[in-house]
Write a protein that binds this ligand. Sequence first.
Ligand code: HEC
Ligand code: HEC
Length: 377
Amino acid sequence: MNDMLFKENDAKATMEPSRSILTVAAMALAASLLAQGPRGGAPRPAARSLPDGPEKQVVQRVCGSTCHGAEIVAGKGYSRDNWTTVVNGMIARGAKASASEFGEIVDYLAKNLPPRMGTAGAGGAGFIGSGPDDAHIVDPAAAERGKSVYVAECITCHGAQGRGGPDGADLVRSLVVLKDRYGATIGAFLKKGHPTQSGKPSASIGGAQVIDLAHFLHLKFTDTLRSGPYSQVINVLTGDAKAGQQYFNGAGGCNKCHSPGGDLAGVGRKYEPAMLQQKFLFPRTFGFGRGARGASSPKPVMLKVTPAGGATVTGVLAHLDDFSVSLRDGAGEYYSWTRTPSLKVEKDDPYAAHVELLDKYTDKSIHDTVAYLETLK
Ligand code: HEC
Ligand code: HEC
């Protein structure tokens, strides 16, 4: 199911699909925020351009040079937190820029592409033409009403957290819920016939009730992602610090590179829990604003390039693909080569181990590890 998410949303991008469920869920947020390309549904404006602003060029260069055109963001509207999420997702997948440039990009996006309002009023015009690519904006009052429907008709099977169990599917990761906008998909699903607690036909749950239910499920969905790796709000108490310590020294292999009394001493004091989790999952991540106090700038990826019969040049990676390679050495000198079989290129990415780890974590090991790191005050 999660793989499907990737295939659909990444049709245009060449990102590495990660197999970690949690990463996938988090990426799904970023991907659904960024989801682009006509996929049926409501017609979309053909051409979109970026709003003007002093940082527009940075956005075009950085976002446009990685996996997709910079215009992918045009027409979207999100909060600063969500844009931070999107940008951190891109960084995790290899977007290159300096910390201050990433900060500028988030500023630009948050300022020029704020959340679109007016789509959440019950029955408002916003429902019409809300295409599958538009994020569902939760109306808290409707979600509260939807909660009563959920408690009355769904909770015994799908659980208090919507995470399912022996009798029901996990709705938080359900495609039916993920794709839904304002009850469209959930309503269609219930129309086909589905068990209810009261025994009444599921098709009789319609109209405003389905919309309310949709708001509630989207709220749940969002909440769950908020407690995921991209979150601002993390309850570290959900983890078991002792188990985290065992993981750190055992299966996680963290102690091969880190020591609680050495480089990670005081890490629980250095970052707020949300940032701590983010830094551990994606150490390349930059902090933007809240919770970012004291975050060190990410270490650069280093390159060693040796032309046939020439001297080795070492420096910070500027560009690397199948065709060319360039770097900047310690003196600030810029070097560039066309790649040939005789040109030796060695890459030293300090975060490579962490990227590999993303495929190995489980939800539990993440929460336990953060709880443990949190004790390193
Ligand atoms: C008697 C138990 C039961 C009740 C009550 C129930 N469900 Fe389900 N639900 C299931 C089971 C089992 C599945 C997985 C099989 C399926 O798709 O039908 C499921 C699947 C779903 C899915 C699809 C998930 C996916 O796989 O993507 C949605 C959406 C859903 N339920 C919503 C609801 C809603 C909304 C209610 C309340 C109005 C509800 N369900 C009530 C048992 C239940
Ligand atoms: C192969 C070596 C390696 C392994 C294994 C490894 N890390 Fe790291 N880790 C690094 C490097 C390199 C950094 C970046 C340090 C920097 O930016 O100064 C880092 C950064 C971090 C940070 C951020 C520190 C800070 O102050 O910003 C945390 C937290 C962290 N790792 C936790 C872990 C945990 C937990 C594990 C095990 C699940 C782990 N690491 C496994 C090499 C490793």
